[in-house]
Design a protein around this ligand. Sequence first.
Ligand SMILES: Cc1ncc(COP(=O)(O)OP(=O)(O)O)c(N)n1
Ligand SMILES: Cc1ncsc1CCOP(=O)(O)O
Ligand SMILES: [Mg+2]
Length: 365
Amino acid sequence: MGDLNHKTKLGQPALYRILDANLDRAREGIRTIEEWFRFGLDNSEMAAECKNLRQQLAQWHSNELRMSRDTTTDVGTQLSHPSEENRESLEQVIQVNFCRVEEALRVLEEYGKVYHPNMGAAVKQMRYRVYTLESNLLAYGRHQTLQRANLYLVTSPSERLMSVVEAALQGGLKVVQYRDKDTDDHQRWKNARQLCQLCHRYNALFLVNDRVDIAIAVNADGVHLGQQDLPIAVAKQLLGPQKIVGKSTTNPEEMKLAIAEGADYIGVGPVYATPTKPDKQAAGLEYVRHATRHASVPWFAIGGINMNNFDDVLMAGATRVAVVRSLMQAEQPTLVTQYFLSQFTRVQTLRDRQILPENAPADFS
Ligand SMILES: Cc1ncc(COP(=O)(O)OP(=O)(O)O)c(N)n1
Ligand SMILES: Cc1ncsc1CCOP(=O)(O)O
Ligand SMILES: [Mg+2]
């Protein structure tokens, strides 16, 4: 192993150089992430946490460690992997920097134990805070995607399951729910796993209908629960607080309870009677109008919605809809997705120009 107390050419222990280099690496990585929280996400809380971590690291970065630095004799400065030269997206920049910070903190934790009796434990705490920051960022991203989504595809069993979903994703779809009442669990798990990977390739959310266990098994973004399924609190306990839990509601009372229970979003419907859910009575546009005025979480109108009646649902105030047949049975799911999305944009433009009222059904009477 050689002499562990080996001195460098400048007479400083290698330990100091390792600590100095990794304090720099961790601080730079955190700074890169902080800039994204500050300028990219306008999230002052997460930016403040980064700043706090940087300041704590700075306190360990003493002059004696800094003085050990000698980049001219550091063999590592010449080592760079081609993958470090390119970044494909902002997400990748953030991901790479989280890895960099976590690695550097791990090094600081191990070598720090030799340097100072408190350094290992202090850095370990920081490493856990960085993990929390990373999962909070993931949760934040999920909720942002949900907030921005207008169209939601609930799947039905189909030979073309993957190709329909992919075509809709290509049209700009951002939320998919896997719903299959007809198959066995092995097949459900296989389909869910494949759909989850597909959705994540398109930065879309993937949720599982009813089944918390399958959602966990495939690392889905969440679940959609009905009135007869697990309580939301139990689902969140199993899934973790970072995941999304949606709930079906058919009337104002269910809406109130679902929101109080902590639903991240709710389904509002069936708006129209539908063969996809033959036993459920239509709740009608009146319930959509109620949601427009009273729902305090994102809500998706669902049930019997197609290109012909879509405008009525929009005029009742819906800004998000979920569909099964309109996409699963479409010959060209990409075009249908684009049509729905373009109509949302059209109506939003009218609302922005105050030609249509915000948060209230359009009243042309
Ligand atoms: C977005 C959305 N809204 C409502 C439902 C219906 O859920 P549920 O009442 O549990 O009925 P099933 O879909 O399980 O038959 C949904 N799936 N998605
Ligand atoms: C799952 C569900 N929940 C309420 S209505 C519905 C089915 C909607 O299907 P479609 O869009 O084909 O009418
Ligand atoms: Mg259900």
